[in-house]
Design a protein around this ligand. Structure first.
Ligand SMILES: [Fe+2]
Length: 183
């Protein structure tokens, strides 16, 4: 079990120096996650921990497979994170679809819990830009398509995953509306 403060230090230690933009992004994702802890069905602590750790697999020191959801999940399991947080990281933002496109094996063995906590993590990631700026999901996806271009595997992933990503975003927006949390 890893608590948020410990997770923050772990993420900072691996990302801040080699990947400062990525570190800004994950801090902003965690900050947005902190606003959503009161949503119906959301586990506030697991959401914050998963948010600050979700992209740790980009860290060069642990990027063994060069597929960040899987590298992150395997590292976090070794670090003592709960099975739930490990699986949230492994499956975040429809990673299983990109894994299939890249022919990376392993992500599919983790459970995608399809819960309000999982949806909220996907929402926070989809509404946070590469340097931590706040965006709508549509702005974020347009930015990704522009950055990678047609024909790139990331763009192909987005084309395939967008309906499921959008469903998670829309469910979270609906829960935010019910809870009176502004966008
Ligand atoms: Fe992310």
């Amino acid at each position: 079990m890893v608590e948020f403060d410990e997770a923050f230090v772990l993420s900072e230690s691996l990302l801040a120096e080699p990947l400062p933009d990525r570190w800004r992004h994950v801090q902003a994702v965690a900050s947005e996650a902190s606003r959503l802890g009161g949503l119906d069905g959301v586990d506030a602590e697991d959401l914050r921990v998963a948010a600050i750790l979700h992209d740790i697999g980009y860290a060069p020191a642990i990027a063994h497979e060069r597929f960040h959801p899987l590298d992150g999940a395997r590292f976090l399991a070794r670090e003592g994170c709960s099975d739930r947080v490990v699986a949230l990281v492994a499956r975040h933002s429809c990673a299983v679809v990109e894994a299939q496109l890249r022919q990376v094996v392993g992500v599919e063995y983790y459970v995608d819990e399809v819960s309000p906590t999982r949806d909220a993590l996907w929402y926070c990631d989809a509404t946070t830009g590469p340097q931590g700026q706040r965006l709508t999901a549509d702005e974020r996806w347009a930015e990704i398509r522009h950055r990678y271009g047609a024909g790139n595997v990331v763009t192909a992933f987005l084309d395939q995953a967008e309906p499921e990503l959008r469903a998670a975003v829309d469910r979270t927006l609906s829960r935010m509306s019910t809870a009176g949390i502004p966008i």
